[in-house]
Write a protein that binds this ligand. Structure first.
Ligand code: ADP
Ligand code: ZN
Length: 702
């Protein structure tokens, strides 16, 4: 196919196989470049839509596209996703029998497979196939694994340089979500594609709201957070195995479907947790950082960091597992000084300790920020955001600044009087006049500043002292039991009249949703959405693929909103391609039809009930009260019953002259379909229910 010819094919192919109408930023450029046989390096955030960048070209190439991928779980998910879309794809690995492997090889030689996924370790077994007779294109997924500069180095990736040597005319596209400059350079050098065009898309994930809160009462905060999102899936990252298990126990005690995931579990146990999560059987996974790497689940709605991550790269990668479908999602980070101290300890003895501490420091600054958090995050990755994001806690609740000089002086003089010997907790206890054992045993109740800060709560003091540390007015001596120390600036505040600005603690008002992105509406149980979800779940179990591979949440929501009734209408839905229409179309449309019919028959029933009560001689208000409905609803039933020819004494409710007036208005207004024009016409003097009843009479006599 010539360049011009395939250009015409891009959108139709996107719609036919993936069900989408348009490309996301950069996808089209990347795909065009691949189809022009050029090498490329793609840096796109998680959920940005990397897969389509090589899956779509594979459909237009004559031979097979080789996809190198590090993890079996990841490959399986992608292959299932392709097959669900009607794309011939398979993976090749050592767990397969010799016959299975041979069958795959045969398919490749006959050009019957569009995509073959393989881990570097298994490539030698495909020696006879990996050449230009059979391969049209090569995609290296998770390409950062090739570089020891990256954060997830895999030695097996380092042999991939042979690909360009063996297939010099075959385009190579390397893809990753995280790679700094050094890593990018390393990737293209090692793959032997120095001319590769770099495609770097924004790291911004606007659909994920960012929130940081103090860690006090974490468990309660988590429970109330989850209670607001009862049906959604989420991950809670913890620092230790023990925490994951304790948290799971607490969540299970509240009847939540939660499981722990950590390195202490066997391989099989971990696979089970992962699988149940992907299949929506487990809603919540409490995990150490290892979890999530091999997961493509698109409907993770939230990520919580129970403990602070050790650097911003890790944090960003972990929150990136939320909202891959582009719908509103939340990231909640708990920040505590104890965590910072713990993480600092972990760096001890590391060869690059200074780097690690510097990274931890940036993470801490992010947690304590009083300016837009997304700006800080993106600037860390070298991207500048022109405006505040509007979807982080700071943007939603900007901190209020006030003159905190006296507060600062109280804290500083306490630290001075105890000769810089105590950590933050004890200093606050002194300020607040606490009478606990430590204070009394150490005689700290004799300190001159004891109790001078009793009017400020413990939590608020903590908030202020942390700000003093961040402003360099106090310091933590990590070598010295984390005691608070004075700094150069302290003297200015204590003796030279320097002013200190502080911000007030933020009252937490949780707002769900973001004006910039589509929201996931709260949905009634028993509603259509729930039924569609159940249907999807059933299909997912029958076909043994995750529910989001049947349809992701965004697609399911669109089906609910549009309620398609024909193949063409169903195909209009974003995320529905040819194969999914064929396989799932009728199932979903039948469900919608059944739902609509039930609603209709329920309506018929409701009229019947009203009629029976009417026949018993009850007044409209009495019927309304008995049925727990509003009177206007009962009036509309009466109008309907009357129209159907039931013996209703309609003139009990509307007078003959009113009916006459309505009849005239109808002609004058040219039979408007709504009631409002009548209401306006009568200058709001005639009630809606009378208009409705009057129209029923007029229309019956027409
Ligand atoms: P990545 O591999 O970059 O993490 P994926 O390729 O898994 O991301 O894509 C994430 C989600 O976005 C998937 O559900 C995918 O179907 C969807 N997606 C990709 N491209 C588009 C597009 N052009 N329009 C709508 N959705 C898309
Ligand atoms: Zn912001």
């Amino acid at each position: 196919m010539s360049v011009v010819e395939y250009k015409k094919e891009l959108i139709p192919t996107l719609k036919k196989y993936f069900g989408y109408d348009s490309f996301r930023p950069q996808q089209e450029e990347i795909i065009s470049s691949v189809l022009e046989q050029k090498d490329g390096l793609v840096i796109m955030p998680t959920g940005g839509g990397k897969s389509i960048c090589f899956q779509l070209p594979s459909l237009l190439f004559p031979k097979t596209t080789l996809v190198v991928s590090p993890l079996i779980a990841l490959m399986k998910d992608q292959v299932d996703g392709c097959n669900a879309n009607g794309i011939a794809a398979a993976y090749f690995n050592s767990s397969q029998s010799a016959e299975e492997q041979q069958a795959i090889i045969t398919k490749i030689t006959k050009a019957e497979l569009k995509l073959i996924y393989v881990a570097p370790e298994s490539m030698p077994a495909l020696d006879n196939i990996i050449n230009e007779t059979y391969i049209s294109c090569i995609a290296i997924d998770e390409a950062h694994c090739i570089s020891s500069w990256g954060h997830d180095f895999r030695p097996s990736y380092q042999q991939l340089g042979f690909l360009k040597k063996t297939l010099p005319n075959t385009p190579i596209i390397a893809l990753t979500a995280t790679a700094d400059k050094a890593t990018r350079q390393d990737i293209v050098e090692q793959l032997g594609i120095p001319q590769a065009k770099h495609f770097i898309t924004s790291f911004d994930r606007q659909n994920i709201s960012l929130t940081v809160r103090p860690a006090d009462g974490r468990v309660e905060q988590i429970l109330s957070f989850i209670a607001k999102r009862p049906k959604s899936s989420g991950i809670i990252y913890c620092l230790s195995r023990k925490t994951t298990e304790q948290l799971v126990t607490k969540l299970k005690a509240k009847s939540l479907k939660a499981e722990a995931y950590h390195a202490g579990l066997s391989f099989d146990e971990r696979s089970k947790v992962q699988e149940d999560f992907i299949f929506d059987i487990t809603k919540i996974v409490c995990a150490t950082v290892a979890f999530g790497m091999g997961i493509d689940k698109s409907n993770v709605r939230w990520v919580i960091h129970y403990n602070m991550p050790k650097n911003i790269e890790g944090y960003y990668q972990e929150i990136g597992r939320a909202g891959r479908d582009g719908l509103t999602s939340s990231a909640l980070l708990f920040h505590s000084y104890a965590d910072v101290i713990q993480l600092r300890k972990f760096t001890e003895g590391a060869t690059n300790q200074e780097v690690q501490i510097a990274k931890l420091e940036r993470m801490k600054q992010f947690s304590e920020a009083t300016t837009c958090r997304r700006k800080i995050l993106l600037s860390y990755f070298g991207e500048l955001l022109a405006e505040n994001c509007g979807n982080c806690d700071v943007c939603k609740n900007p901190p209020q600044v006030f003159d905190g000089t006296i507060i600062a002086q109280k804290a500083l003089s306490t630290v001075a009087r105890i000769r810089e010997t105590e950590a933050i907790g004890i200093v606050i206890d002194i300020l607040r006049g606490a009478k606990n054992a430590t204070i009394l045993e150490k005689g700290l109740d004799k300190v001159k500043t004891y109790n001078i800060g009793h009017d400020i709560s413990w939590k608020d003091w903590q908030h202020y002292v942390i700000q003093l540390i961040n402003q360099g007015i106090l310091e933590i001596s990590f070598q010295n039991n984390n005691a608070l120390k004075l700094t150069e600036f302290s003297k200015n505040v204590l003796f030279n009249g320097a002013k200190v600005s502080l911000t007030r603690p933020i009252e937490i008002v949780e707002k769900i949703g973001n004006p910039k992105t589509k929201t996931t509406k709260a949905r009634k149980s028993g509603g259509l959405y729930e039924r569609l979800r159940q249907l999807r779940h059933k299909i997912s179990l029958e076909e043994n693929i995750p529910a989001y591979l049947v349809f992701n949440d965004a697609t399911l929501q669109e089906i609910e909103a549009e309620r398609p009734q024909s193949d063409n209408e169903f195909l209009e839905i974003s995320g529905v391609g040819q194969r999914k229409l064929e396989v799932y179309g009728d199932l979903f449309m039948n469900e919608i039809k059944a739902f609509n019919d039930e609603k209709k028959s329920k309506k018929a029933d409701t009229h019947k009930v009203t009629y029976e009560l009417y026949q018993q001689g009850l007044s409209i208000d009495e019927i309304a009260e008995k049925r727990g409905l509003k009177s206007p609803t009962i009036f509309s039933h009466i109008a309907k019953l009357y129209t159907e020819g039931k013996p209703i004494n309609i003139y009990d409710f509307v007078s003959k002259s009113e009916v006459e007036a309505i009849k005239k208005a109808k002609i004058e207004l040219d039979s408007p379909p709504a009631l409002k024009p009548y209401f306006d016409h009568f200058e709001e003097q005639l009630d809606y229910f009378k208009i409705r009843l009057g129209l029923a009479v007029v229309e019956k006599n027409e």
